[in-house]
Design a protein around this ligand. Structure first.
Ligand code: RIB
Length: 289
């Protein structure tokens, strides 16, 4: 959960430059928060676990207002995580995060947070928090379905046993790093991921190239819905939340991909992270149009 300090700039800053932003806004964000908001707005039942500092009430409030259960959230002695985000005229971003309270998550806290969950429940993780390895191990012992968005992709993921993950939600860069292949060709990345993780399913998002779901034997593709990009922050999180909500609601994979792609398109057409995520009625109307 992050407070997003968002600056609109005429270009992403270069080394040795000082530039002035044309606007500055604070948004609720953080990959975990955005994904929980997307899940809830898509109609799923969501319990968000995580930590904020004493300055993070706005994040808990925003989750609650979006219909997410917040009783598992704890207040840590560190400041709330935050992100410094630059948005250029094409809506592309550049993000630095400072973990703060997000890095105070311990195996003991995870044990407590998971205590009421069981087989049939789904654990969704991303890599802005600490102790993901323990979360995966404990959820696996309970027989929960485990979904990992390995973002940001960094050395801390080494503590995670990827063999215990059921579904990975990755972009091209994360997919290539997981696959350990040189090629940037999505088909080569897909082949490497299938060979390396034959028991897992993947959703690989390809920017303008849309998205592909695949497991060891099947695949489905989804093109993007073209919109004018204002701010791409949280587009991937929106996709992730909507896709997973669809699966939980028993939709087919192609239907999940279509709804996730539509929700993500709506989110890039407006500013901010969590505030840009549409609810399911808006996605329905968009798909009719
Ligand atoms: O995925 C988008 C998110 O990344 C932003 O909300 C920011 O907080 C960073 O965590």
């Amino acid at each position: 959960m992050n407070i997003d300090k968002t600056y609109t700039v005429d270009h992403i800053i270069r080394p040795k430059e000082t530039i002035e932003s044309s606007s500055y806004q604070l948004f609720c964000g953080g990959k975990g928060l955005n994904q929980s908001v997307a899940l809830a707005r898509a109609g799923a039942v969501v319990y968000h676990a995580g930590m904020v500092g004493s300055d993070g009430q706005m994040l808990t409030d925003m989750l609650m207002e979006s219909g997410v259960h917040t009783d598992l959230i704890r207040v840590a002695d560190e400041p709330t995580g935050h992100a410094l985000i630059q948005i250029d005229p094409a809506g592309q971003n550049c993000i630095i995060i400072s973990g703060g309270a997000n890095r105070c998550i311990t195996p003991d806290y995870i044990r407590e947070a998971l205590s009421s969950f069981e087989k049939g429940d789904v654990l969704l993780l991303q890599n802005e928090i600490s102790a993901n390895g323990s979360a995966i191990d404990m959820a696996r012992e309970k027989g929960m379905m485990i979904v990992l968005n390995p973002s940001p992709y960094d050395g801390r993921l080494a503590e995670c046993d990827f063999g215990k993950v059921d579904l990975f939600m990755v972009n091209e860069v994360e997919g290539r790093l997981m696959a350990g292949c040189e090629s940037e060709d999505p088909d080569v990345i897909k082949t490497c991921l299938r060979e390396k993780y034959p028991a897992a399913a993947f959703v690989l998002t390809l920017g303008e190239g849309g998205a592909v779901w695949f497991d060891a034997s099947e695949e489905y593709r989804q093109p993007i819905f073209k919109v004018k990009a204002v701010d791409t922050t949280a587009a991937g999180d929106t996709f992730c939340g909507y896709f997973l909500a669809g699966l939980a609601q028993g939709l087919s994979v192609p239907e999940c991909l279509k709804r996730a792609s539509a929700a993500s398109a709506i989110s890039v057409s407006r500013q901010g992270a969590a505030p840009s995520i549409p609810d399911k009625d808006e996605v329905d109307r968009f798909l009719v149009r």
